[in-house]
Design a protein around this ligand. Structure first.
Ligand code: C2E
Ligand code: MG
Ligand code: MG
Ligand code: MG
Length: 290
């Protein structure tokens, strides 16, 4: 049986005995998150901001770019994880404007990088499936690019496999449109979902992001190592570059390097940084010039 959530009185709760206190608290928390996201979107509060995790080219050790990761600092709840507030935004019809805000902030960081002579660095933005299938998404992205004056070649979009399941043809077409405008596409969390292995040859992506799960398996047993190294060589056969997520140990990094992985990110090198710290990191000559 389904329970309607519409008439729940969170303050008394008494007439709705099937709601536990924990459930009521969860709904109350969601309410707060929803309100604070809306406030941020309407009034430009800084409740939502971005951190930037550096990505390193394994062969040279140079920073090639950053992944933008959304953060929420709630007045009432303190730090809220993206797993939680992105999920709320998706269910409360806020992910489109929130996604546009993230794009705008990421492009604004790219323009700061360019102004500092760092015009070869990329920034990757996570895109929710709801955004990707929205009819205005393409124009929102191009608007963010044009308004900030950045080179579209420096913007990367990270998508996940799940959105491809039901919308392969339409999504793949829009990925091609992005690529034709210079924007690069990364397939995030590769290997965790229903793998698009079989259609990887048709898929319009530039990078495959090896999920943290596979990186974590490295050097735990030979058999697992084979899986990770096979994914890397398979990606290369499809002309995709591989970005390893969640690299935490020297052992993992060395394995990835030996097995031809192209790019890595993870706590071993750096946690996600504030915009200021991210800029400082690359301004100190930690990147390729020209
Ligand atoms: P993701 O895109 O797979 O991002 C990688 C996650 O791994 C990030 O978690 C990052 O902080 C974390 N991470 C990076 N290096 C390491 C490491 O060495 N060890 C460990 N244990 N973790 C590491 P975070 O920031 O909590 O984000 C979680 C997820 O939330 C992201 O997963 C992404 O799916 C989503 N997300 C974050 N920002 C946005 C956004 O702006 N829009 C959308 N739609 N989703 C976002
Ligand atoms: Mg990502
Ligand atoms: Mg990922
Ligand atoms: Mg992941």
């Amino acid at each position: 049986a389904t329970i309607s959530l519409d008439n729940v009185d969170l303050n008394t709760g008494k007439s709705h005995m099937y709601f536990s206190k924990a459930m009521a608290e969860k709904l109350h928390r969601e309410d707060i998150i929803e309100k604070e996201i809306s406030l941020c979107l309407d009034n430009g509060t800084d409740a939502i901001y971005l951190n930037f995790q550096p990505q390193l080219h394994l062969a040279t050790g140079r920073v090639v770019g950053f992944e933008a990761l959304a953060r929420m600092k709630s007045l009432e709840l303190g730090n809220v994880s993206p797993a939680e507030f992105i999920d709320v935004a998706e269910r409360k019809q806020l992910i489109i404007p929130l996604g546009n805000l993230v794009l705008k902030k990421a492009c604004s960081f790219l323009s700061v990088l360019e102004k500092n002579g760092l015009s070869d660095l990329r920034v990757a933005v996570n895109v929710s499936g709801i955004q990707l299938i929205h009819e205005d998404f393409g124009s929102s992205v191009m608007e963010a690019v044009v308004d900030s004056g950045i080179r579209s070649e420096n913007l990367e979009l990270e998508i996940t496999e799940s959105v491809l399941l039901d919308n392969f043809t339409a999504v793949n077409k829009s990925l091609k449109d992005f690529q034709e405008n210079g924007i690069r596409i990364a397939l995030d969390d590769f290997g965790t979902g229903y793998s698009s292995f079989l259609r990887l040859n048709e898929l319009n992506v530039n990078y495959l992001k090896l999920d943290r799960y596979f990186v974590g398996m490295v050097a735990t047993s030979d058999r697992n190592d084979y899986i990770t190294s096979d994914i890397i060589s398979m990606a290369h056969k499809f002309d995709l570059e591989v970005i390893a997520e969640g690299v935490e140990t020297v052992l993992q990094r060395d394995f990835l390097m030996e097995n031809g992985c192209d790019i890595m990110q993870g706590y071993l090198f750096s946690k996600p940084l504030s915009e200021k710290d991210a800029l400082e990191l690359v301004r100190d000559g930690n990147t390729v010039t020209a």
